[in-house]
Design a protein around this ligand. Structure first.
Ligand SMILES: [Zn+2]
Length: 449
C-alpha cells in the first residue's frame, strides 16, 4: 500500500512536501516523494489523504488507561487531595468497570493518534484493553506497600501477576514491566527488592518521582498531607516513616531504585541540578507530563536542563483523571508554551522539537526506538494521518507549526499499528465505540454517589 499526503514527517529528516510512505506487511518499505515512489512501486494501491500530514504515531510515555472514567471528577484539587479523591472513588469499581474504563482510554488513544503507550495499572484492565485494541507498548504492574514485614510476600505476589500478564501479552505488541508506584506508596526495602528483581529478570521499571512539593516534604521531613492524611487513608499510619532528609531522587538512589538499568521516571518537576546529575549517572529516562503537572499545581519541569544533560525524554499524558484528555497536540502546545514562559525566552523550544519528544523521544524512553518513533525503512508501520485542511489551520506552509499550534485530537483521520488500520475517519476497526460509551455512563453514576 502506498500512503500519500501533502506532507510526510519522518522525524529523522526534514518534512517531505507531496510525500508518500510505502507499507509492506507490518513494516515501512520506503519513505520519500510521491512521484518517485509511484514510479518505483507502480503496482501498489494508492491511498491519498490530501491536505494532511503523515507521521509516526504518538508515543504516550505515561498513561493509566483504566482511570478514564474519572475524567472531570477530580478537577481543581492539589496533587495530594487529587490522589486521595481518586483512591477513595476507586474502591467503588468492579473488575468489569475497570475494563470498560480502560477501553474508553484505548478508544480515545487510538482516535487521537497514539499508537504506543507505557501504561501503569493496578488491576490489569489496561493490559486487556490495550491487547484488544491492538496498541503497542509496555504495561507496568503496579506494586505498592509500606509494611516492611510484607516485602517478600508482596514481591512473590507481584511475580505471579507479571508472569501471568506476560503469558497474556504473548504474541501481541505489548510487553510487561513493573512499577513501584511512588515514594509515598512504596517502602524503602520494597523499592530495593523490586529493583533487584527487575535487574535479575531484565524487566523495565517505571515510577512517579519528584512530582509535587508535598512529595519532597514527605521524603525530606516526613511532613505534608501525604505523610498524614494519605498514609491514614491507605491504612499505613502505623508504619513508621523515617524522614530521609534528602530529595526524592537522592532517596530512591540510596535504595538502589535506579540501578536496574531500564528505569523511566514520571514527572521530575521538583528536581535540582544535583538530582538531574543522579538521573544522568544511571541513564534514567524521563517522562514529561506538562499538562498534568500544571493542572495539579505541581509546577513546571526544568525540561531544558533535562535535555541539556542528554537524558532520554518523552511526553506523557498521565490519565483523563488528571489531564482530562489524551490529546498529544494539546500536550505539545501547552508544554512548549509553559517552557517559554518558564524560561522567559523563545530559543530552544520549537514545534519540531516537541513533535520529536512526542514520537521518537517517547520511543527511546520505552526502549522501542529501533522499531517505532520515526518513519524509516524497516521500522514498524505505526503511523497516523492528521487533517490540516480546516479553517483554523489554513494556510499551511510548515506542517510542524500546524500540528503544534493549531491541531487537536479531532484532526486525526487515520491510525495504523503494525500495518493494521485501527481507526479511519471516525470508524474503529476493532473497538465498539457505542458499546464502550454506553458502559461508561453507569460507571460514572456509581462514582458520583
Ligand atoms: Zn501516573
Amino acid at each position: 500500500m502506498l500512503l500519500k499526503a501533502k506532507w510526510v514527517l519522518p522525524i529523522v529528516q526534514k518534512p517531505i512536501e507531496d510525500g508518500a510512505v510505502v507499507i509492506g506487511g507490518d513494516k515501512i518499505k520506503s519513505v520519500g516523494k510521491f512521484e518517485e515512489l509511484k514510479e518505483k512501486y507502480p503496482t501498489e494501491k494508492i491511498k491519498d489523504f490530501g491536505q494532511a500530514v503523515l507521521m509516526p504515531g504518538f508515543v504516550d510515555a505515561h498513561s493509566h488507561l483504566e482511570y478514564s472514567v474519572f475524567r472531570g471528577l477530580c478537577d481543581d484539587l492539589s496533587f495530594s487531595y487529587w490522589k486521595m479523591q481518586l483512591t477513595r472513588k476507586s474502591s467503588k469499581l468492579s473488575d468489569e468497570d475497570w475494563f470498560y474504563s480502560a477501553k474508553l482510554g484505548a478508544l480515545e488513544a487510538i482516535s487521537s493518534g497514539i499508537t504506543s503507550i507505557a501504561d501503569s495499572t493496578n488491576t490489569g484492565a489496561s493490559l486487556k484493553a490495550a491487547k484488544e485494541a491492538g496498541l503497542r507498548g509496555i504495561i507496568f504492574h503496579e506494586v505498592v506497600g509500606m509494611d516492611n514485614s510484607k516485602v517478600d510476600e508482596t514481591i512473590s505476589e507481584a511475580k505471579k501477576f507479571v508472569s501471568s500478564w506476560q503469558a497474556e501479552a504473548s504474541g501481541t505488541n505489548l510487553e510487561i514491566g513493573v512499577s513501584p508506584y511512588s515514594v509515598y506508596a512504596v517502602s524503602p526495602p520494597l523499592f530495593q527488592a523490586v529493583s533487584h528483581w527487575a535487574r535479575e529478570e531484565g524487566l523495565k521499571v517505571c515510577f512517579h518521582l519528584a512530582g509535587s512539593l508535598d512529595e519532597c516534604e514527605f521524603v525530606k521531613y516526613g511532613s505534608s498531607s501525604l505523610a498524614t492524611l494519605y498514609l491514614e487513608q491507605m491504612g499505613w499510619s502505623d508504619f513508621l516513616w523515617q524522614p530521609m532528609g534528602v530529595s526524592p531522587v537522592k532517596y530512591v538512589e540510596q535504595w538502589d531504585a535506579l540501578e536496574s538499568g531500564k528505569v523511566m521516571v514520571v514527572h521530575c518537576v521538583q528536581v535540582s541540578d544535583a538530582d538531574i546529575d543522579i538521573l544522568k549517572k544511571y541513564d534514567v529516562s524521563v517522562v514529561h507530563c506538562p499538562k498534568c503537572s500544571a493542572k495539579l499545581g505541581m509546577g513546571i519541569a526544568p525540561l531544558e536542563k533535562l535535555l541539556r544533560q542528554n537524558l532520554k525524554v518523552g511526553m506523557g499524558m498521565d490519565s483523563p483523571a488528571s489531564n482530562n484528555t489524551l490529546d498529544m497536540f494539546d500536550e505539545m502546545r501547552v508544554g512548549l508554551l509553559l517552557q517559554r514562559g518558564f524560561e522567559e525566552k523563545v530559543d530552544g523550544f520549537s514545534a519540531e522539537k516537541f513533535i520529536g519528544l512526542a514520537t521518537l523521544g517517547g520511543a527511546q524512553v520505552l526502549g522501542i526506538d529501533s522499531e517505532v518513533g520515526s518513519l524509516e525503512k524497516s521500522k514498524k508501520a505505526d503511523l497516523i494521518a492528521v487533517d490540516i485542511s480546516r479553517t483554523y489551520q489554513s494556510p499551511v506552509s510548515d506542517p510542524c507549526s500546524a500540528l503544534v499550534y493549531t491541531a487537536n485530537q479531532e484532526d486525526v483521520i487515520f491510525t495504523m499499528v503494525g500495518g493494521k488500520v485501527l481507526y479511519e475517519k471516525g470508524k474503529y476497526s476493532i473497538l465498539d465505540k457505542k458499546d464502550v460509551l454506553s458502559k461508561a455512563e453507569p460507571i460514572r453514576t456509581k462514582l458520583k454517589s
